[in-house]
Design a protein around this ligand. Structure first.
Ligand code: SPV
Ligand code: MG
Length: 431
C-alpha cells in the first residue's frame, strides 16, 4: 500500500476539502498533517478551533488513516519523518510566499523518489463566504477578549502596533509582508493614549476622556479582529478604574496597561523633566487589586506599567515595584525606558526573569528602536509594542503634501505621494 500525505491549516471544513481528501485517499494510506495554532496564527487569521479540536475533526473524516500535528507551513517536518510516496497539495501555494516551502518539499521528495500531486485550488465563492463568516466571528467580544492570553501561550513574542482610528486599525489588521518564505503580520493592536490624543489635536495628559477614548476604540473594534491592548494611562481614581476595566472587558479588549503615576500625567517620553509623580507602591497595588476584583472573566489582563526608569528612580526601584505589582495580581509588567539603547531594559528583563520566569513582560522600543525582536525575545520579553509609528509617519506624510500643494499652488505635484483616487474610493468595502 502506497502512503500519502496532505496538510491542512483550515478550521472551516467544506465540500472542497472533502473532495480533495477523497482523491488523496485513492492514492494510498492517507496521513493528514494539522498545522498547529502557533504556525497558523503566524500567517493567517487566528484559528477558531484549537489544534486538538481540528485534529479530532480530521480523524473523523472517511479516508483519513492517520492525523499528526504539523509544525511547519509546508509540512516538511512530517514529510521528512514519514517519507510518503505522494504529497498532495492545492496548487495555490505556487502563487504566494509558500513557493519556497514547496521547493523544499520537492527537493526532499526527489531525494527518495516521492511524488508531488497538485490539484487546482477551489475558488467556489460559497467557500469564500464560509471563510468570511468564520473570520468575522473573531471580532465578537467573547471570542476576541482571551486571544492575547492565548497568543502568549502559543508564541514567545507577540507584536502590537498602534492604531488611533478605523483606518489605522485596518492597517494594523491587514498589513502582511512575505519575505524569504515567511509571512509576517502584527498580532495585536495598541490603543495608544499619545496617538489617540494626537489624532484629536490634544496633548497626552488624560484630557481626552474615557468616553472619547471609547469612541476611538469602538471604531477600531468594528473593523478589526485582532486582540486590542488599551493604554489606560494612570487608570484615574481607583473608583473610576473599576468602571474602566468593566467596560473594557465587556467590549472585548484583551488587556489594559495602567501606569504607576498620579496627578497630571505627561507623556513618558518627556522623561523626568516634566514634573511627573510616581504613585506609591501601596496605592498602585491597591489599584491593581481593585481592578482585578472588578473583572468577570479570566480573559482580560491588567498589565502594570513601571515608570521608575523614565523618572530616574533606579533599577532597584523598578524591580521592587515589579515584584510588588505581580504579588498584587498584575497579569503582566510593562517596563518603559526613553534611553537610546536597550541596555537598561535588558538588565531589568534579565533580573525580573530570574525571579519570575512566566509573568508576561512588555516593552515599547520607541527611543531604542534599533533593537530587534529576536534580541528582545532572548531577554524574556513577551510583547513588543510599536507605540506611535503610524501616527508619526502619517503626520509627516500629510504635512509634506500640504506644503507641496501650497508651494505649487495646485495639487498635481502632490499626486505622486497620494493614493490614487480610484483606490481611495474602493479602499473600504461598502458591505
Ligand atoms: C502611548 O503610546 O501613549 C504610550 C507609550 O503610553 S509612550 O508614548 O512611550 O509613553
Ligand atoms: Mg500613553
Amino acid at each position: 500500500m502506497k502512503t500519502v500525505f496532505m496538510s491542512f491549516s483550515t478550521d472551516v471544513i467544506h465540500g472542497g476539502h472533502i473532495a480533495i481528501i477523497q482523491k488523496a485517499a485513492e492514492l494510498g494510506d492517507l496521513t493528514v498533517g494539522v498545522v498547529n495554532d502557533s504556525i497558523v496564527a503566524s500567517y493567517k487569521r487566528f484559528p477558531l478551533l484549537s489544534t486538538v479540536e481540528r485534529m479530532k475533526i480530521f480523524r473523523g473524516i472517511a479516508g483519513v488513516k492517520h492525523v499528526s500535528e504539523q509544525a511547519s507551513i509546508s509540512g516538511i517536518d512530517l514529510i521528512r519523518e514519514l517519507k510518503p510516496d505522494y504529497v498532495v497539495h492545492g496548487d495555490d501555494w505556487l502563487h504566494d510566499f509558500r513557493l519556497s516551502g514547496r521547493q523544499e518539499v520537492l527537493e526532499f521528495l526527489s531525494s527518495y523518489g516521492g511524488q508531488l500531486v497538485e490539484y487546482p485550488y477551489s475558488s467556489n465563492p460559497v467557500y469564500a463566504e464560509y471563510e468570511g463568516q468564520a473570520s468575522s466571528r473573531l471580532s465578537l467580544p467573547d471570542i476576541r477578549r482571551g486571544r492575547l492570553r492565548n497568543l502568549l501561550s502559543l508564541k514567545p513574542l507577540v507584536s502590537a502596533i498602534e492604531a488611533h482610528s478605523g483606518l489605522s486599525g485596518l492597517i494594523a489588521e491587514n498589513t502582511k509582508v512575505e519575505k524569504d518564505g515567511i509571512s509576517y503580520q502584527f498580532d495585536a493592536i495598541w490603543l495608544s493614549s499619545l496617538c489617540d490624543s494626537t489624532a484629536k489635536g490634544k496633548p497626552d495628559i488624560e484630557l481626552v476622556d474615557f468616553t472619547s477614548r471609547l469612541r476611538t476604540l469602538d471604531d477600531i473594534l468594528e473593523v478589526t479582529t485582532k486582540p486590542v491592548i488599551f493604554d489606560a494611562d494612570t487608570g484615574g481614581q481607583i473608583e473610576h478604574f473599576t468602571f474602566i476595566m468593566r467596560t473594557l472587558e465587556r467590549i472585548g479588549v484583551s488587556a489594559a496597561i495602567v501606569e504607576d503615576k498620579v496627578g497630571l500625567k505627561r507623556n513618558s517620553l518627556f522623561g523626568d523633566k516634566a514634573g511627573q509623580t510616581q504613585d506609591t507602591i501601596e496605592h498602585f497595588c491597591d489599584k491593581i487589586r481593585t481592578g482585578k476584583s472588578a473583572l468577570k472573566t479570566k480573559d482580560i489582563m491588567i498589565i502594570a506599567r513601571i515608570e521608575s526608569l523614565i523618572l530616574k528612580q533606579g533599577m532597584q526601584d523598578a524591580l521592587s515595584r515589579a515584584f510588588a505589582y505581580v504579588n498584587a495580581g498584575a497579569d503582566g509588567i510593562m517596563i518603559h525606558s526613553k534611553e537610546k539603547t536597550p541596555d537598561e531594559i535588558f538588565e531589568f528583563c534579565d533580573k525580573f526573569r530570574s525571579e519570575q520566569p512566566k509573568v508576561p513582560l512588555v516593552v515599547v522600543p520607541s527611543t531604542y528602536s534599533s533593537v530587534c525582536q529576536d534580541e528582545l525575545k532572548s531577554h524574556g520579553v513577551n510583547i513588543v509594542i510599536y507605540a506611535n509609528q503610524l501616527t508619526r509617519s502619517a503626520f509627516k506624510a500629510m504635512q509634506k503634501t500640504a506644503e507641496t500643494i501650497l508651494s505649487n499652488q495646485r495639487a498635481l505635484e502632490a499626486d505622486a505621494d497620494c493614493l490614487p483616487i480610484k483606490d481611495i474610493i474602493r479602499l473600504i468595502p461598502e458591505s
